[in-house]
Design a protein around this ligand. Sequence first.
Ligand code: MG
Length: 160
Amino acid sequence: MANISEKLNEEYNIQVKEELESGYIYLAMSAWFAERTLNNLAAWFHKQAEEEFVHAMKFVNYILDTGGKVEYAELKKPKGDFNNILEILEAAYEHEKYITSRIHHLYEVANELKEYSAFPMLHWFLDEQIEEEEQTAALIDLYKGYVNDFNFDHHIKREE
Ligand code: MG
């Protein structure tokens, strides 16, 4: 008899796919940067992708540890064409907000089912999502700061 309910098992398999797709999305973004020799950004997104695979394995291990059944689903093709850096950063931020909503959903399901054993790992993910959203938002702010600084610099030149 499994210690994970069928319903949570099903939801966790969906989440495994979501996390793997997150990794896939970030790999595509990493490639976009690498193609333009923006190597630090390429590395940053590659590292994000690696973290997503770790996230996926956390759900996989929970399913296995509780006697459930792992089912890997087909992954969606990630978007590979972007117009600019900001578009990528904003897409990454929106994606992390979506993943946070997924974790909230899993928490609600576990709570409704009184599946308290699921809580510690979901708490870890709640903390992790705060970090994921914060660091992506910080990157957007940083980027916008650079754009403004550049405009400011040009403005100063015209004033001379
Ligand atoms: Mg994740």
